[in-house]
Design a protein around this ligand. Sequence first.
Ligand code: CA
Length: 226
Amino acid sequence: MRILVVEDDPDLSRQLKSALADAGYAVDTAPDGEEAHFLGETEPYDAIVLDLGLPKIDGVTVLERWRRAEVATPVLILTARGAWSDKVAGFDAGADDYLAKPFHTEELLARLRALLRRSAGHAAPSLSCGALRLDPRAARATVNGEPLRLTSLEYRLLHYLMMHQGRVISRTELVEHLYDQDFDRDSNTIEVFVGRLRKKIGPDRIETVRGLGYRLMPLEGEATER
Ligand code: CA
């Protein structure tokens, strides 16, 4: 999952980037409304954290422009404490959730998990696919109850595939959602990560659909636990 953090306070921005990276997300940051507007419109983020008080273009205007351009990415706005009119303006502009500053990072992470889950159409907080289970709260995955030892990129790959299980996902889509913009984004490396993940979760759970991409499916006869 790839997240855009729009925040002009450099300390808070760094802090959020590192907390989100630790939680297993690829993170890009934008320090002002202009760059935020550009990135949000051109890059396919899974969610955006948007501060409202921003240099160059304010957050509400940025959000209105994204929505007018039909950018449907879930957006969580950060507002000043007690500024109820900001919240109203933010929701009217198309925000999906908000947090008032100052906030606990844990709460931001929990709200993002909920936003991502809802936008992918999942109701339960943990994801299952046959004997595979992934809990984004703990950034942990198991197969038949056995913990999987995954690197952060393998975890991101599995998380994305589980969020979109049953659907064929192209390598380009994976590159766009697993790596931040500073990463050397070579789509051939995806093949390497899929290979490593197959070794850990079993070779047949990720199907290669020639010329199209990959699809995560439960094994035949394997019921998905609820
Ligand atoms: Ca600000």
